[in-house]
Design a binder for this molecule. Sequence first.
Ligand code: ZN
Length: 247
Amino acid sequence: MTEPTIPQLQPMPEDWQRALAVVAHPDDLEYGCAAAIAAWTDAGREVGYVLATRGEAGIDTLAPAECRPLREREQRASAAVVGVSSVEFLDHRDGVVEYGLALRRDIAAAVRRHRPELVITLNHRDTWGGVAWNTPDHVAVGRAVLDAAGDAGNRWIFPELVEQGLQPWNGVRWVAVAGSATPTHAVDASPGLERAVASLLEHRAYIEALTDEAPEAYARKFLTGAATSVGERFGGRPAVAFELFHR
Ligand SMILES: [Zn+2]
C-alpha cells in the first residue's frame, strides 16, 4: 500500500525583476511573507512595499496620533531587514479602509510608479481558511490590489493618473496572494527565515502589546510553524505559500 500523497505546491516563477507588495497594515508582510522577500532581494530583485494605512489603530493602549509614527518606523525597519528600501504609505484610515475607486486609484498609481511584474498582497477572502474571520481592511485592500493590477494598464480607467504623468503599466504578469487557504505556489523559506524572524521582531511595540510571550520566542514560533506546515506541500522544505493569479 502506498501513502496518500499530499498535492504539492509549484515553485513561484523566477523570470521577473521587480515586485511590489501592497497590503493594508504594517506587519501584514512580516507575518508570513518576509522570508520569500529576503530570498528575492538576495537574488538581486527589487521589491517595494506599499501600505494602505500606517496601522495607527493597531495598539489598544496607544492613541492613533502616537501610534502612527511608531508603526511607520517599525515598518521601515522591518523592510530594511529583508533588503527593501522603498516603503510608501497611502494614508487610508486604519480599520475602516473602504474598497472603492479611491483605493483602486491609489494602488493603480503605485503600480504605475513601480512598474512591477509581480504584485503581492494578503488574503482578500472573508475568512482565513474558514476558521477565523478576516478583517475588513485585508479584504478591501486585497481585492483592490487584484483589480488595480489591471486598472494600472488601462489609460481610460483613471485618466487623471495619466494627466499626473503616470503612464499605463501593462507589465503585471502575476498577483500572488499570501495567506490564502488555497495556495498554488511556494518559495523556499530556509535562506530567509532568520531574517524573517528579525523582520517581524522590528514590530516590537506592536508584538509587546499583542502578547505576553517573549517577542523572540513568539516571532520564531509563529514563522517557523507556518513555514514548516507549508513545507509539507513543498517537498519537506520550510516554505512561504502564495495563491498565484495570472494576468
Ligand atoms: Zn493586517
